[in-house]
Structures are given as structure tokens and as C-alpha cells.
Design a protein around this ligand. Structure first.
Ligand code: PLP
Length: 410
């Protein structure tokens, strides 16, 4: 008899998006003539940059010819992409990494979900709240989160609230924890940490022998100078941090799938006897065993984002979304709402009117305007009293949504 991993049974169904879908469906049936505008989902709407399309066509042709065909590639990623990453994402910021420290993958979700395999199941952990759910759920699956307590929190997880009251800057844990997930620019709040604020986390990790998993999936949306693009801009971070990046939102790869993870050679964790073990060879071993590489065609597309044309086109896509974000910030603020994010990120975190919960405001917005948001409480208890709107729609939808919200909130 095969015994099941019972930790999976502890997972709460992720009802957030299915609950939203049900409510939206009911609305459609009862309001068949009101066109919906979906500003709730985190998927992009702009097509892939032409440079990526061109690179993929070329790569497909190579696959059609025995002389240029590519079979299994290196599990860690092709040199051409790794070199482009080092040269474009890190060297210009004064960060020197070696090719063996980069692991190309099929996206940041897999890597954020899998990285915990390198660590014993009983490490203590901390997350910011609200949070991208993968960090918690992947740890529930291996038993690291502990047991679910009456207050809805996991016994082995320290929750670090991020609310308007602390300007969305989480306080350092008041005790030591082994593992902390950070995501900046943040999904869902759209807020960031300055260099000085991120340095406090690196210093905490150095002092407490804590491993930081830094999810930089939205790095390309940073517009302000004082916001670090990489955690390795902070001195000492290579000894304590893994960084995870994605081409999904940067270049529209949500359906194509490519990202990468940086595991510096200096980074170590301990055995129970106190021996220090480098995590880089462990992650290499994990990837070689369980992952057979991102497709050649996809990696050529990712490489094309770093060509002069590719860079221009990626920038244009990001500016497209950020133009939406700026219209949304302006209009929602003018309508009297408290609006956060949307400056260095495609997410706007909107405070609900006094006394109105996330779900209530979600429904009011839906029924009065046909605009779909995401209730903030779905991302964690500290998300109560907020909804998330994304800037990933078309300009036309975004303008129309703001017009409807303005009329409603007048
Ligand atoms: N990390 C964060 C914070 C995200 O919001 C997302 C996607 O929404 C991901 C990772 C997943 O990115 P990918 O498409 O590369 O798997």
C-alpha cells in the first residue's frame, strides 16, 4: 500500500480565484449586457516582443535540420543565455557572478516552489503578509509550515504584516528564523523596499544565519533610483540569499515559460553537526535529477530580450503597462481611494472605504461597474481592507474601467 504524503491534505483549497470566477459568473448571468473588465488577474495582455518571435522562428528552423538540431540541453541552461544574463542583468550593476551560479528554468513559480527541497523539513520560516501563496503552500507540502492554528496561521510560519500603518515595510522578525521569503517589487501590494530597507534584511540574515529567498519577478518594473533591482546590490547578500527572476512579466513569457535562479557559490546552510554545506552544488544536483532544461527555442527567445531591439521592445511593453498604472493611480486617488503601488510595479493595492471588507468592496465594484478586482484578504489576513488591481490590461480597458469607477465613486 502506498502511503500518501499527508501534508498535502493540510493544504487549504486555493478558493480565491475559483470564488472570484463563481461570483463573476453569477454577475454575468444577472447582468448580461454589462461588459466586464478584468483587472484582477496577473496575466499579461501584450504579445511577445518581435525580437523574441524572430529568434524563435530561427530556432525552430534550426530544429528542423539534423545539422543544427538541439536535443537535450544542459539542465542549467545554455551558455548563450547565461552569458546574456550575466552581461545584462548583473554586470551593469556591479554584480559579478559566474556562469555556474545561474540556473535557467521554466519560470519563477517552479523555482520558488522547489527551492525548499534543499532545506530540512523543520526549518522555521517567515513570510510577509499578504503574500504570493506559493511560498506558504510549497512549505505546507513538505510539513515545514507546522500545523494550522485556530487563528488561521501556520504554527511554524512567522507572519510579517505589511499594511499602510507600516508603509508596507515589514518589521524584522523579533526572533531568529531559518528561512525568509521576500518579494520585491511586491505582489500583491505593488510596493518596494529602498536599498537601505533591503540592507536591514541582509544584515539580519548575516547576523542570524538566515537564508533569504528573494523573488525579483517584477524587477523590470522598477522606475525609482533608490530601489534595488537585485539583492546582490547589497553587500554580503551572496552569503545569505538566493535570487529568482522571471521573463513572464518582463517580456510576456507567461505562456512561453522561462526564468532563472541565482545560487551563489558562497551560500551555505548547516548540517545538524554544524558542518557548512554549499547550496550551489545541491541545487545543481536537484535540477540535473528532476529537471531536463528549458527548451532551446524558449531560451533563444529569452536571449533575444537582451539584444538592442529586444531591450527596446521589452521597455515599450513595460512602459505600456506602467502608463496604465499611472492612469489608475491618478484616477483612483482622485476618486478618494487610498492607492499604493503602481510606481515600480504593475500592481495597485487599493484601500477599501472605511468599514468595507475586501470581499464586500470586490462585489460592490463588480455590481456597480463591471470591473473585476482581487480581494486582498485572499493573499493573507493583512490583505483585509484592500483589493488588488493590475495594470496588465489594454489601455482602452483601463481607461474605460477608470471612467466607470469615477462615475460610481462620485
Ligand atoms: N513570483 C511572483 C511574486 C509572482 O507574482 C509570479 C506570477 O504571478 C511568479 C513568481 C511566477 O512567475 P512565473 O510565470 O515565472 O512562474
Amino acid at each position: 500500500m502506498a502511503l500518501v504524503n499527508e501534508h498535502f491534505l493540510k493544504l487549504r483549497g486555493n478558493y480565491l480565484f475559483s470564488d472570484i470566477a463563481k461570483k463573476v459568473n453569477t454577475f454575468r448571468i444577472t447582468h448580461p449586457r454589462q461588459p466586464l473588465i478584468r483587472l484582477g488577474i496577473g496575466d499579461v495582455t501584450r504579445p511577445l516582443p518581435p525580437a523574441c518571435i524572430e529568434a524563435m522562428h530561427k530556432a525552430v528552423d534550426e530544429m528542423a535540420d539534423a545539422a543544427t538540431f538541439h536535443g537535450y540541453g544542459p539542465e542549467q541552461g545554455y551558455d548563450f543565455l547565461i552569458e546574456a544574463i550575466l552581461k545584462n542583468d548583473y554586470a551593469p550593476r556591479g554584480i559579478h557572478l559566474s556562469p555556474a551560479e545561474i540556473f535557467v528554468s521554466d519560470g519563477a513559480k517552479s523555482d520558488t516552489g522547489n527551492i525548499g527541497e534543499l532545506l530540512r523539513w523543520d526549518n522555521s520560516m517567515a513570510i510577509t503578509d499578504p503574500v504570493y501563496p506559493v511560498y506558504v503552500d510549497s512549505n505546507i507540502m513538505c510539513g515545514r509550515s507546522g500545523v494550522l492554528e485556530e487563528n488561521g496561521q501556520w504554527s511554524n510560519v512567522t507572519y510579517l504584516p505589511c499594511t499602510a500603518e507600516n508603509d508596507f515595510v515589514p518589521a524584522l522578525p523579533d526572533h531568529r528564523v531559518d528561512l525568509i521569503y521576500l518579494c520585491y517589487p511586491n505582489n500583491p501590494t505593488g510596493t518596494t523596499l529602498t536599498r537601505e530597507q533591503l540592507k536591514r534584511w541582509v544584515d539580519y540574515a548575516l547576523e542570524n544565519d538566515t537564508l533569504l529567498v528573494f523573488d525579483a519577478a517584477y524587477e523590470a518594473f522598477i522606475h525609482e533610483d533608490d530601489v534595488p533591482h537585485s539583492i546582490y546590490e547589497i553587500r554580503g547578500a551572496k552569503r545569505v540569499a538566493i535570487e529568482i527572476r522571471s521573463y513572464s512579466k518582463t517580456a510576456g513569457f507567461t505562456g512561453l515559460r522561462c526564468g532563472y535562479t541565482v545560487v551563489p557559490k558562497e551560500l551555505t546552510a548547516a548540517t545538524l553537526e554544524g558542518q557548512r554545506i554549499a547550496l550551489n552544488p545541491l541545487w545543481n544536483r536537484r535540477q540535473c535529477t528532476k529537471f531536463n532544461g528549458t527548451s532551446y527555442v524558449t531560451q533563444r527567445a529569452a536571449e533575444a530580450t537582451y539584444t538592442p531591439d529586444g531591450k527596446e521592445q521589452v521597455k515599450a511593453n513595460i512602459e505600456y503597462y506602467m502608463a496604465n498604472a499611472s492612469v489608475m493611480r491618478r484616477e483612483l486617488t482622485a476618486a478618494g481611494l487610498r492607492v499604493y503601488g503602481g510606481v515600480n510595479s504593475p500592481y495597485l493595492w487599493v484601500g477599501t472605504p472605511e468599514g468595507t471588507g475586501s470581499w464586500k468592496f470586490f462585489e460592490q465594484m463588480l455590481y456597480n461597474t463591471g470591473v473585476v478586482s482581487t480581494p486582498g484578504v485572499g493573499f493573507g489576513p493583512s490583505g483585509e481592507g484592500y483589493v488588488r488591481l493590475t495594470a496588465f490590461g489594454t489601455h482602452e480597458d483601463c481607461q474605460e474601467a477608470m471612467e466607470r469607477l469615477r462615475r460610481w465613486l462620485k
